[in-house]
Write a protein that binds this ligand. Structure first.
Ligand code: GLN
Length: 203
């Protein structure tokens, strides 16, 4: 039985729970998707999604609940898989541009992220992207999204939009600038779960 949490802060939390359950079913996995609000709950899971929302607020809640510390320690030990979505991507980054001082990041991934990188003109948009590990393009929804300006160390880009990195992977960690919970396509959640199983199989 695999137990995957969604940090219950703000943003599209229930959509992730729905997508995880759908993915378990499709992959024929015995899995449980739960909301994570406390340090104790964070100790019991095999993986966690840090959802989109406002990175300043989410980082504050991660700190206040102790969930952030638990995730950091367990991820550094290679003990859990973590997927950071949009604001969650910002929170995983070692370096943050534009308002970074207001966000207390978990500093787990070797990348530099810029908040609200698409400006007011393109606050939200949808586009089909090539994602490494997926055989067909993925329809990605961007909402006041960051970009990954730079990766270093062990972090590897897995998707680009107009020459900018919009998804990256480092060991058991996945960072996305778009929202994979807002379509019915479970391939990104599959990719995330495959990090737990250590399979490189195409989703
Ligand atoms: N703009 C938000 C931030 O900087 C992220 C937006 C999102 O998660 N969709 O925190």
């Amino acid at each position: 039985m695999v137990k995957v949490g969604v940090f219950s802060a703000q943003g599209a939390v229930t959509e992730h729970i729905y997508m995880l359950r759908k993915t378990f079913e499709e992959m024929d996995i015995q899995g449980k998707a739960i909301l994570v609000k406390s340090r104790e709950e964070a100790r019991e899971i095999d993986g966690i999604i840090i959802p989109g929302g406002e990175s300043t607020t989410i980082s504050r809640l991660l700190e206040r609940t102790g969930v952030g510390e638990a995730i950091k320690r367990r991820a550094e030990d290679g003990d859990i898989v973590v997927m950071g979505v949009c604001a969650g991507c910002i929170i995983l980054a070692k370096s943050i541009e534009d308002g970074g001082e207001k966000v207390k990041s978990l500093a787990l991934m070797d990348m530099k992220v810029r908040r609200n990188a698409f400006g007011r003109q393109r606050e939200s948009f949808e586009v089909d992207l090539e994602v490494k590990g997926l055989s067909k393009p993925y329809h990605a929804v961007f909402i006041r999204a960051p970009i990954i300006e730079e990766v270093f160390g062990k972090c590897e880009p897995i998707a680009y939009f107009r020459n900018k990195i919009v998804a990256a992977r480092q060991d058991k960690l996945l960072a996305l600038c778009f929202h994979p919970e807002l379509t019915e396509d479970t391939r990104i959640h599959r990719l995330f779960l495959s990090l737990h199983y250590g399979s490189q199989e195409n989703a």
